[in-house]
Design a protein around this ligand. Structure first.
Ligand SMILES: [Zn+2]
Length: 342
């Protein structure tokens, strides 16, 4: 069998170096390799002399060779049929092939809407690194090592340096802005964040957040409520209702979760809102004085509020999307549905 395989390799080389320049040469090639008495056919005839245990491997070699020989023929035939195209044959005045117009990714659409609303309230966009150190992601935000709340935000660490990690929230941007010491601060931080989560319809190892931070003298919880109330009305419409529930975050005190009335059922109760009529959309609170002090801000003089939301969650609510994985699968059937959106 080795001998035949070597022979096939030699044929392959012959075909590779062959230049077929005329219809006559093309026909000669067809007869020699692909004809009823051609080489390919003859090689298949050798199959019966191959021991049973080698038949499968030999068959594979043969099939590959056959496809190779046929591809050469098809390629040469196409050139012979159409003829080589000369440069002056091209009519440059003809309209070109239309370019397929893409569309914005739904996450980007909603991200842009959120940014636009906060822009109108005077918030600037701030950016920061996705690979962060422990201090800016956790410790400065009142999440010291061994703090139980760290368990809720398990992430990916860099093995060469355990102090580095993929940020679990965009709060690291807040830390960095506060450390700059230029007050007042009024920023939103949109960006990608990471969690060590099992991927499912409701959770992913990465997603997007927008967080906001406002620090100045005399900032109160009333400012926070009014800002967020304005935001949801702009995003979801004037009819939406909001409610605040007390909650816990290490970096804010007091802390709250904000719910909006369910957009699907209007508050009557449905599967999306788990028949409660309310859907949770963000967490918020007054910045913990210890966080201010950690970042070098005088907590006796300044107060501030912060909030954070997942862009995926809001996008799912707005468009009635029920599986988080759709956002990162690059399935055009899904993405094309947003072509008309701006
Ligand atoms: Zn509902």
């Amino acid at each position: 069998m080795d001998q035949i395989v070597q022979q096939i390799a030699a044929y392959r080389q012959e075909i590779e170096s062959l230049e077929i320049g005329s219809p006559q040469q093309l026909e000669e090639y067809r007869i020699k390799f692909l004809g009823t008495k051609g080489i390919v056919k003859a090689l298949f005839g050798e199959m019966r002399n191959v021991p049973n245990e080698q038949k499968k491997a030999f068959g594979q070699v043969l099939n590959e060779f056959k496809q190779f020989a046929e591809a050469k023929y098809e390629g040469a035939k196409e050139v012979a049929d159409n003829g080589p195209q000369a440069a002056d044959d091209i009519d440059l005045s003809l309209p070109g092939d239309p370019l397929v117009a893409g569309s914005r990714h739904p996450i980007n659409l909603v991200r842009k809407r959120i940014i636009d609303i906060f822009h109108r309230l005077g918030f600037a966009v701030a950016d920061g690194p996705e690979v962060e150190d422990d201090w800016h992601n956790f410790t400065a935000l009142n999440l010291p090592e061994h703090h139980p709340a760290r368990d809720m935000q398990d992430t990916f660490y860099i093995s060469q340096n355990p102090d580095w990690l993929l940020r679990t929230h965009t709060s690291n941007v807040q830390t960095r802005e506060m450390e700059k010491g230029q007050l007042p601060i009024r920023i939103i931080c949109p960006g990608r964040v990471y969690r060590n989560e099992t991927i499912s319809a409701r959770a992913h190892c990465f997603f997007h957040q927008v967080e906001g931070l406002y620090i100045d003298e005399h900032v109160s919880f009333a400012d926070l409520k009014q800002t967020l109330y304005f935001f949801v009305q702009e995003l979801f419409g004037k009819d939406v209702k909001v409610r605040f529930r007390p909650s816990y975050f290490p970096f804010t005190e007091p802390s709250a979760e904000m719910d909006i009335s369910c957009l699907i059922c209007g508050g009557k109760g449905c599967r999306v809102c788990k028949h409660s009529g309310w859907v949770e959309i963000l967490g918020c609170g007054m910045v913990h004085p210890r966080v201010l002090e950690n970042c070098g801000i005088d907590a006796n003089k300044y107060t501030g509020y912060a909030f954070g939301m997942g862009i995926e969650r809001i996008t799912m609510l707005q468009y009635g999307i029920n599986d988080l994985r759709l956002f990162s699968e690059n399935d055009l059937r899904f993405l094309k549905q947003f072509t008309g959106a701006v």
